[in-house]
Design a protein around this ligand. Structure first.
Ligand code: HEM
Length: 235
């Protein structure tokens, strides 16, 4: 028995073993709790061992309004794309109804997704999803569009829906998008434009999940940068 253990044993004479056991657990848990200072130090040490001042990737600082601008640029969404899609906005309304029917029936057929639909007003949700599909053809993909897309993403974080399910709706959205763009005088170009905007929308959806995870972990660890660096170090 180490001196330290002997000392603690003496501090709990007689049959106070339960108190000692609690004390032991508290100490053991304290050891497991991440120490913010040590984590920062570990990261700094790791940086300097790589022999350079590690700069954070620039992408980490892109937030809010800048996000959608960056993604529109990244995807190369241009004025022609906006125009092709704008022309189809009215047509999209007709296809959004069968789209949302199939969307809901896929969710209801699978027990792991069905349970999310048990406590909600399904017709009202279907209306919102119809609107979301139509908005892909708005032709305006600025701050307002981004704010809405992120809010929708966050609604799914709040209900604890694993990200794989929204992503697994991709094929269905493409299927109905194809039917809409077939009405364009330039269907190939309109299809490419639709793909870009769908990718934009899904990217914002995913960003909402990442933001929420980073925000939660940052509360625990002190800063978003620390969380990001730790995730990198973990690999
Ligand atoms: C790309 C795929 C998806 C899109 C575009 C989408 C779209 C939407 C929209 C527009 C809303 C309304 C958000 C608001 O009130 O502002 C919503 C909420 C909701 N979605 Fe999705 N959704 C998707 C995937 C899924 C999947 C796979 C499920 C599976 C169960 C699901 C379940 C729900 C539920 C339960 C709500 C209500 C959340 C609440 O009560 O706040 N969604 N979704």
């Amino acid at each position: 028995m180490t001196n330290e253990r002997k000392r603690r044993r003496l501090a709990y004479p007689g049959d106070c073993w339960s108190t000692l056991w609690e004390n032991h657990n508290t100490l053991a848990n304290a050891d497991r709790r991440p120490d913010k200072r040590n984590l920062s130090q570990r990261i700094e040490e790791s940086d300097s061992s790589k022999g350079k001042d590690m700069e954070d990737p620039k992408s980490w600082s892109v937030k809010d309004q800048e996000l959608v601008k960056e993604l529109v640029d990244f995807l190369g969404i241009n004025e022609d794309d906006r125009q092709f899609l704008r022309q189809l906005h009215g047509i999209a309304a007709t296809y959004s109804k069968p789209m949302v029917e199939e969307f809901s029936s896929r969710i209801l057929q699978h027990p792991n997704t069905r349970e999310y639909y048990e406590k909600i007003d399904v017709p009202s949700l279907q209306e919102k999803i119809t609107g979301w599909f139509q908005d892909l053809f708005l032709g305006e993909y600025g701050a307002e569009y981004a704010e809405k897309a992120m809010r929708i993403g966050k609604a799914h974080v709040r209900i604890g829906l694993p990200l794989r399910y929204p992503l697994a709706m991709w094929d269905l959205l493409v299927k109905y998008g194809e039917q809409v763009v077939a009405h364009s005088p330039k269907p190939k170009e309109a299809f490419r434009a639709f793909h870009k905007v769908l990718a934009l929308s899904i990217a914002l959806f995913i960003q909402a999940y990442e933001d929420s995870q980073l925000a939660h972990l940052s509360q625990f660890l002190g800063s978003e940068r620390l969380v990001r660096r730790l995730l990198m170090e973990g690999h």
